[in-house]
Ligand binder design. Structure first.
Ligand SMILES: [Zn+2]
Length: 409
């Protein structure tokens, strides 16, 4: 398995200039190669091959020794490979009868990738026991190695610019973690993501949404105003833009940091974490897009997934339908349906629960029904709708015999 590690880079002015020059070359390469492909498709309904474009690139690099010729060959080919990928999806959609748009031209490129970093990338010692990252052509860039990188080789390296900061993402090749054990989970938990609470756990814990964005909003607005007051193309405007970028970056960092702390704690305490498989895009179009973005649900699920995988735990996504309306005690549907205003779930069977807690318990029950040996007391789920839609990923227990999940019935 590949494990990415992100490190901060502190390039010298000259190195920064060199990286920006290479970005510009790659942007030109992308746009040029894209135009060639578009032409071939429009005029002759023909698709250009990746290999063919690479051959052209080699020739071009020979002529333009100070331009694209001074970008690592594999880095340049990686750009063509990504374009090839984009077109593959385009052709597939075109074949399916749709009218897809072409892949887009790029106004700006903010990263470059070494697909085979073994040869061209590596750590070297700098002055005063500092470290540097060696990149072919660019040189040795000062790097902050804030944590010990894992054993094993660097597989790929991506250098990227975020606002006025630089980062290197190195992926390491490591052994695959053991698959989750065939025994039932010891401390499973279901999570209901919401807006009134960020997350309600089936254990009864409740986490409030961090309102970083709203706190920082005033500052962002002020910075935005300053940008729009400055004359277009002026130095001061550029400076103001950098300041605005920093405000946004700060919010992003805080959100990510919070999500990491939360999910690490969850993954350490629970060997199974279950979420609803709701489509975040629907919610972003819904009534509270800003609050949704602020809550960072997608990050929570993504982090939980890989953190559980590393610990040989389980990450499960279950169908959303009915998790709020179903009673987690007896399986009845609430009648009349709960509205957004109803905060408690009240059932004729005697169950009275916080609505989010009830939903989290349903999520957990549905997840346990899919895990070998995990069900038993959660009978409502087996009578309910199939817990998974077609085509969604159901992780972790695929390796085990299918009969195992029926044990409980
Ligand atoms: Zn009930």
């Amino acid at each position: 398995m590949f494990v990415p590690h992100k490190f901060r880079l502190y390039p010298f002015r000259s190195q920064e200039r060199e990286l920006l020059r290479q970005f510009e070359e790659l942007r030109f390469l992308w746009n040029y190669a894209l135009e060639r492909r578009q032409e071939a498709w429009r005029k002759e309904k023909r698709s250009l091959s990746y290999v063919g474009q690479c051959r052209d690139l080699t020739r071009w690099r020979g002529f333009d020794k100070d331009g694209i010729g001074r970008v690592n060959a594999q880095v340049a080919q990686e750009t063509l490979a990504r374009l090839h990928d984009a077109f593959r999806h385009f052709y597939r959609r075109a074949k399916a009868g749709g009218r897809p748009g072409f892949p887009r031209f790029k106004r700006e490129v903010c990263s470059l990738s070494y697909p085979q970093a073994y040869e061209s990338v590596g750590f070297v010692d700098g002055r005063n026991s500092t470290r540097r990252l060696h990149l072919s052509i660019v040189g040795d860039i000062p790097i902050e190695v804030h944590r010990t990188p894992p054993e094993g080789r660097v597989k790929t390296c991506t250098v990227e610019r975020e606002g006025d900061r630089w980062f290197a993402v190195l992926t390491y090749e490591g052994p695959d973690p053991a698959p989750p054990p065939a025994t039932p989970p010891v401390s499973p938990v279901g999570v209901d993501l919401g807006l009134s609470h960020l997350a309600a756990l089936s254990t009864g814990e409740v986490f409030e949404p961090p309102k970083f964005l709203r706190w920082a909003e005033k500052r962002i607005q002020r910075a935005q105003r300053i940008v729009s007051r400055r004359k277009k193309g002026s130095h001061n405007r550029e400076k103001a833009k950098v300041r605005l970028g920093r405000c946004h970056a700060k919010v992003r960092d805080q959100r990510r940091d919070f999500a990491h702390k939360l999910t690490t704690a969850w993954a350490e305490a629970h060997d199974l974490i279950a979420f609803e498989d709701m489509d975040l895009r629907d919610h972003m179009r819904g009534a509270f897009p800003k609050a949704t973005a602020d809550a960072g649900w997608g990050m929570l699920r993504q982090f939980c997934e890989y953190k559980e995988a590393h610990r040989s735990g389980r990450y499960v996504e279950v169908a959303t339908k009915g998790t709020t309306q179903t009673c987690s005690g007896c399986g009845r549907l609430h009648n009349p349906p709960l509205t957004l205003k109803d905060r408690t779930y009240d059932c004729p069977c005697g169950l009275r629960l916080d609505r989010d807690l009830n939903a989290a318990r349903n999520v957990l029950a549905r997840a346990l029904a899919r895990v070998p040996g995990g069900t038993g007391e959660f009978t409502p789920v087996e009578t309910g709708p199939p817990p998974h839609r077609k085509g969604r990923r159901v992780r972790s227990w695929k390796q085990e015999p299918p009969s195992a999940s029926r044990v409980a019935t």
